[in-house]
Design a protein around this ligand. Structure first.
Ligand SMILES: Nc1ncnc2c1ncn2[C@@H]1O[C@H](COP(=O)(O)OP(=O)(O)OP(=O)(O)O)[C@@H](O)[C@H]1O
Length: 261
């Protein structure tokens, strides 16, 4: 059995002749928050869609919790996914939507009801739970999307821009939730352009550029290395500095697996 919660080996996706993801290797340990960064069009969504079984890779392999992504049933049972637009039924109320998802996930009704109440309270959505989703604001839909991604307590959660559209308090709740999930041994694959969130939460950061993983390592290591490469000027480098550097020089010098050049 693979010791990794998320594992990818030489994973690639071509759209026609266009390479979206090329030879991606990942080995992410259980209970880790993995910050997945990259410029627009780098291949992040394509990667996530392959890892969540929604898109068939052109070549390569991947496993979630030890199960190959070709075993869709086993994999989808173990994962939660918040895509950029959460799949919600406008005509349902928030509570009905969550009960529906709980049913799909075979969560017993009593247990589902308790979890739904707990999460609605946590995300300050309880008062709106019996309104139709068609009347929800963007942030309220985002909260419902997050709740339904974690309701079945998956062992691996993929979150695409989870704080998008959220007010500061709700964004804080999401960050706390991610930290709690990881503390409970859930693996969180976090894709976002909001670098301070990644800096705060991620154990490991991977930067994708033109379909290649061009840097990987703990945020502190990547920042320290960027500072050292800058002539030892030392301190004060941010994840944004790292991002900007590796996504412009990447085609000149590919990174090794530990993020070094
Ligand atoms: N269905 C598709 N058909 C053809 N090309 C696609 C398709 N989906 C994505 N691509 C291309 O694949 C590449 C990677 O796209 P992807 O959506 O994975 O990037 P991303 O890193 O998620 O970007 P963003 O940060 O903008 O969401 C891009 O060049 C994009 O144009």
């Amino acid at each position: 059995m693979s010791p990794f919660a998320i594992e990818a080996t030489d994973l690639s996706k071509l759209y026609g002749d266009d390479v979206a993801v090329e030879g991606l290797d990942l080995a992410i340990s259980p209970g880790t928050v993995y910050g997945f960064l990259g410029p627009n069009g780098a291949g992040k969504t394509t990667t996530i869609r392959m890892l969540t079984t929604l898109l068939t890779p052109t070549s390569g392999e991947a496993r979630i919790d030890g199960h190959p992504i070709t075993d869709r049933r086993a994999v989808t049972r173990r994962l939660g996914y918040l895509p950029d637009t959460p799949p919600l039924y406008d005509e349902l109320t928030g509570r009905e939507q969550l009960e529906y998802v709980a049913g799909l996930r075979d969560i017993p009704a009593d247990e589902a009801s308790a979890r739904i109440d707990d999460l609605l309270g946590r995300f300050a959505l309880a008062e709106d739970a019996d309104r139709r989703i068609s009347t929800y604001s963007k942030g309220m839909k985002q909260k419902a999307g997050i709740i339904q991604a974690i309701l079945h307590r998956p062992s691996v959660v993929f979150l695409d821009e989870p704080t998008s559209g959220l007010d500061p308090r709700a964004a804080r709740t999401v960050r706390d939730t991610i930290a709690d999930l990881a503390a409970g041994d859930t693996t969180v694959f976090l894709s976002t352009h909001i670098l301070p969130v990644v800096d705060e939460l991620a154990d490991t950061v991977g930067v994708l550029f033109e379909g290649d993983l061009v840097a990987e390592g703990p945020p502190e290591t990547l920042k320290r290395r960027a500072a050292e490469e800058d002539g030892g000027a030392g301190t004060g480098r941010t994840l944004e500095d790292v991002f900007l550097e590796v996504t412009q020089e990447a085609d000149l010098a590919p990174a090794t697996a530990d993020g070094s050049r």
